[in-house]
Design a protein around this ligand. Structure first.
Ligand code: ATP
Ligand code: MG
Length: 320
């Protein structure tokens, strides 16, 4: 396999069978923040494109293996969404799929920003954007696609990092390196057997097959602000599951970003599908916890006291 990286030469990239006739590559740069895959923005004499290549490991941590077929999931997902009048407005077009090298060439949505600015103090999710997110999930969560790949390898990886690893007392991840005192705080939850039992039960629901297509990682890092409105990217964790999973993850990140309670209430007014609030709460709770005490941290602006109250809220969401 041709293992590309940010420093791969233009000659090497030009030699790949991805380009139009007479297309000359002019420059390449990293497209933005990313951990899992190689994501490049490539400028040519004809256009600007995004090249995404999955690897058999996590790009930023090559010692951690990761399912290389995740790019295929992304391809299938985006192709399906192009067939839907609403969802295609919120998605980049696929320009080319080169499965032999696990490369996807995607429409460049512009050098905009993702929504992780929401984690900064006093930033608010605009109502327009909330509406876009609701239109997206309304359209997505009604797709019945029995043949969508089960994505079981990525689910297994996510299962480990959502439901298991964060709650191990000895997992080798020193939370004090994130924030002094966080390690000790985390022990309250890591030693809570009632909580851990409930999480273990929930994890089995996550692993089971469901009947509705999920984005699978519906958080501000997967949303892009573009001149053409909000877009949703990075569906590599997509699978057929329970709607409450996408909803719970979304709600968790509104909490992590300290948004007013009314934001999610407004969202639920716009959301059109039936769901169980209890199940949504449970997924919300576990997502809050794994983002605060697991390895997949997000850039929150919370002191230790705020983290404790959010972790306590998360515990209640899971247990009641
Ligand atoms: N189609 C696109 N148009 C413009 N920018 C994009 C596009 N796709 C990705 N990017 C930029 O590249 C970044 C990384 O992309 P993406 O999230 O798909 O990669 P990833 O390796 O799966 O990331 P992660 O490790 O967060 O899962 C995005 O945050 C965004 O800034
Ligand atoms: Mg990703």
């Amino acid at each position: 396999m041709i293992d590309l990286n940010e420093h791969s030469s233009l000659e090497m990239l030009q030699a790949l069978p991805l380009w139009k006739e007479n297309e000359q590559l002019l420059s390449r740069e990293s497209a933005g923040e990313s951990n899992m895959n190689l994501v490049l923005r490539i400028n040519t004499n004809l256009r600007s494109v995004i090249l995404k290549q999955s690897k058999a490991y996590v790009r930023k941590f090559p010692q951690i293996p990761a399912p290389i077929e995740r790019i295929e999931i992304e391809h299938t997902y985006f192709q399906l969404l192009q067939g839907d009048e609403i969802l295609k407005q919120y998605s980049p077009r696929i320009l080319l799929y080169y499965p032999e090298e696990h490369i996807l060439l995607i429409e460049d949505l512009g050098n905009g920003i993702d929504f992780t600015f929401l984690y900064k103090p006093a930033s608010q999710l605009a109502y327009d954007d909330l509406e876009s997110l609701s239109k997206y999930l309304n359209a997505l969560h009604q797709l019945k696609l029995p043949n969508f790949p089960d994505n079981s390898a990525m689910k297994k990886l996510n299962h480990e990092h959502i439901f298991h690893f964060p709650f191990l007392e000895e997992n080798g991840f020193d939370l004090d390196s994130i924030q002094p005192g966080l390690q000790e705080l985390s022990l309250t939850y890591k030693t809570d057997h009632l909580l851990k039992n409930a999480i273990s039960k929930l994890s089995k629901r996550y692993l089971a097959d469901g009947d509705c297509l999920l984005q699978g990682d519906f958080y501000p890092g997967s949303w892009l602000k573009t001149t053409d409105g909000l877009k949703v990217i990075d569906p590599e964790f997509g699978f057929m599951g329970e709607r409450e999973f996408d909803l719970g993850v979304f709600a968790a990140h509104l909490d992590l970003a300290q948004q007013e309670e009314s934001v999610f209430k407004d969202f639920l007014q716009l959301y059109q599908h039936p769901f169980s609030m209890e199940l949504l709460n449970a997924y919300q709770g576990v997502e809050i916890m794994r983002r605060l005490i697991g390895i997949a941290q997000v850039p929150v602006s919370l002191d230790l006291t705020q983290k404790k109250s959010l972790l306590d809220k998360a515990r209640m969401l899971i247990l009641t």
